[in-house]
Ligand binder design. Structure first.
Ligand code: HEM
Length: 432
C-alpha cells in the first residue's frame, strides 16, 4: 500500500462532520507497535478523517465490516488511472495501457516503479492470463520443492551459528517460489534477488534503486523475447511461457508488457510473503511453546499461517482506494476525488469480529482475515503465499526448535507502508 498521491488528492469538495482529524505518524515507533494506534482510530468510528504529516487528508476505514464493504464498493477504485475516475490520469505519468502504449524503455518515468499496476482496462485480461498459474492445485505441486529449498537455506544459514534470518531465509525462500512460477532460470536468481533488494524501500539509495529497476525490466524483456523465440517447452509451461502465448482482445502481450507483468509479479510475489515469514519467525522466537506445539502437530501449520495473517498483517496498514463518485461507506458520506485508506490490519483486530483480537490464538475457530483483500483485487498469489509460508515454517520448527533471537537490539523494522522486518538476528539451533 502506498500513501495517497499528493498531487491527486486536492481539497475535497465536501467534508463530513467527522472530528477530530486523526493524525497518523509517518514513521517511527508507532508503526512498530501500530495496533494501539489503529484501535484508537477505530474507537472514533469505522470510517474517519485522518492525516499523515505533510500529506492531504484521507478517509481511514478500520472496522472489519467497513473494510469488507470498502474492498468491494463499486465507487471505490484502486487504479487512479481508471477511465471512470473523473480526474483522469495524473499529468506526465502517462496513461500507459493497451497494446504498444508503454513508453520507450529509457523514457519510463521513475514513478512507474511505484505504480507498476497494469491499468484497469487490462486488469481483467491480465488476471485471466495469469490466474491459472496460481491455483491451489498448481502451486501445491511446488510444496515439496519449497520445503527442500527452505531446508537448504536454513542448513546453510545454520553453519554460521548466528544468522540474519531475513537475508538468509525469509526473502530468498518466497523469491525462489515466485521465480519457479514465472520460469526464471535458477542461475539468474541470485542476481535478481540482489536487484529486488536494492529496489525495496529502505534497501538502497534512489539512484541505485532506479538502476536496479531498469536492469530487472531489461532482464524480463529479454527473457520474454527469448521465450517467444524458443516456444513452449515441457508439460507444465511456466507463467512466462503462457504469458507470451496468451491472447487478450485478439492481441498477444508485447515483450514490454510481459516484462512489466513479470516485474510486478516478482515484487508482489515475494515481498509480502517474506514479511509474513519474518513476522512469524519473530513470534516463534518469543514463544518457544508455540514452536513445540507446531512441531508436534504439523497439521496445525495452515491454521498458524492464517492466524498469523490475521494477527500481524504484512499489508499494514492497508490498501488505498480512490472515490470515483459521491457515495457512502458504512453510512458515512464520501466525495468524488477523495482518497481512502482501507486498513485491513485494523479490520483484522476488530474486537467486534475477533474476540481477544490482540492475542495470537492458534486455536481460533474462525480466522477469516482480510489480509489478502477481497473482491476484484483479491490477492492472486494467496495460494502461493500459503504454500511458501507453510513450507518455510514447517522446516523452521522441525529443524530448529531451539530458534531464538541472538540480539533483540538488532531486530530491524521497516518503517514505511508495509509491515515487516529488515533484519532478524537469530541463533539456529539444530535438533537436539
Ligand atoms: C493483491 C496481500 C502474496 C500477487 C493483493 C492484495 C492484498 C495482497 C491485500 C489486494 C490489494 C488491493 O486490494 O489493493 C498479499 C499478502 C501476501 C501476498 C499478505 C503474502 C502473505 C502474494 C503473492 C503473489 C501476489 C505470493 C504472487 C504473485 C498479487 C497480485 C495482486 C495482489 C498480482 C493484485 C491482484 C489484482 O489487482 O487483481 N495481495 N499478497 N501476492 N497480490 Fe498479493
Amino acid at each position: 500500500a502506498r500513501p495517497p498521491n499528493r498531487r491527486r488528492t486536492g481539497p475535497s469538495r465536501r467534508r463530513a462532520a467527522v472530528n477530530p482529524t486523526f493524525q497518523v505518524p509517518s514513521a517511527g515507533a508507532d508503526l512498530i507497535s501500530p495496533y494501539a494506534l489503529l484501535r484508537g482510530a477505530r474507537e472514533h468510528g469505522p470510517v474517519i478523517r485522518a492525516a499523515l504529516p505533510g500529506a492531504d487528508e484521507f478517509w481511514l476505514v478500520s472496522s472489519y465490516d467497513a473494510v469488507r464493504e470498502a474492498l468491494t464498493h463499486p465507487d471505490l477504485v484502486k487504479d487512479p488511472e481508471d477511465p471512470e475516475d473523473p480526474e483522469g490520469p495524473a499529468d506526465g505519468e502517462g496513461a500507459s495501457g493497451g497494446e504498444g502504449s508503454l513508453p520507450p524503455l529509457d523514457e519510463l518515468p521513475e514513478a512507474t516503479r511505484a505504480r507498476l499496476a497494469v491499468p484497469t482496462p487490462d486488469h481483467t485480461a491480465l488476471r485471466a492470463s495469469v490466474a491459472q498459474y496460481f491455483t491451489p492445485a498448481r502451486v501445491g505441486a511446488l510444496r515439496e520443492r519449497m520445503r527442500a529449498d527452505a531446508r537448504a537455506l536454513l542448513t546453510a544459514a545454520a553453519t554460521d551459528g548466528e544468522t540474519d534470518l531475513v537475508a538468509s531465509f525469509t526473502f530468498p525462500l518466497p523469491f525462489a517460489g515466485i521465480c519457479a512460477v514465472l520460469g526464471v532460470p535458477g542461475r539468474d536468481r541470485p542476481r535478481l534477488l540482489d536487484l529486488t533488494r536494492e529496489m525495496a524501500p529502505g534497501g538502497s539509495d534512489p539512484d541505485r534503486a532506479d538502476g536496479a529497476f531498469m536492469e530487472l525490466w531489461h532482464y524480463f524483456r529479454e527473457l520474454a523475447y527469448r521465450q517467444r523465440k524458443s516456444g513452449p517447452s515441457g508439460d507444465t509451461p511456466t507463467l512466462l511461457a503462457g504469458l507470451v502465448d496468451a491472447r487478450h482482445g485478439g492481441h498477444r502481450w508485447s515483450d514490454e508488457e510481459c516484462a512489466s507483468v513479470c516485474l510486478m509479479l516478482i515484487i508482489a510475489g515475494h515481498e509480502p510473503t517474506a514479511n509474513l515469514l519474518g513476522l512469524g519467525a519473530l513470534l516463534l522466537t518469543r514463544d518457544g511453546s508455540l514452536i513445540e506445539e507446531l512441531r508436534t502437530a504439523l497439521d496445525r501449520l495452515p491454521g498458524f499461517v492464517e492466524e498469523l495473517l490475521r494477527y500481524d498483517s504484512p499489508v499494514y496498514p492497508g490498501v488505498f482506494r480512490h472515490v470515483v463518485r459521491d457515495t457512502t461507506l458504512a453510512g458515512v458520506a464520501l466525495a468524488a476525488g477523495e482518497s481512502v485508506l482501507v486498513a485491513v490490519g485494523a479490520g483484522n483486530r476488530d474486537p467486534g469480529r475477533f474476540p481477544g483480537p490482540d492475542q495470537f490464538d492458534l486455536g481460533r475457530s474462525d480466522v477469516r482475515h482480510l489480509s489478502f483483500g477481497r473482491g476484484p483485487h483479491f490477492c492472486l498469489g494467496a495460494p502461493l503465499a500459503r504454500v511458501v509460508a507453510e513450507s518455510g515454517f514447517r522446516e523452521l520448527v522441525e529443524c530448529f526448535p531451539g530458534l531464538r533471537l541472538s540480539d533483540s537490539n538488532r531486530v530491524q523494522w521497516r518503517t514505511e507502508y508495509l509491515r515487516g522486518l529488515l533484519g532478524l538476528p537469530v541463533l539456529l539451533r539444530p535438533l537436539r
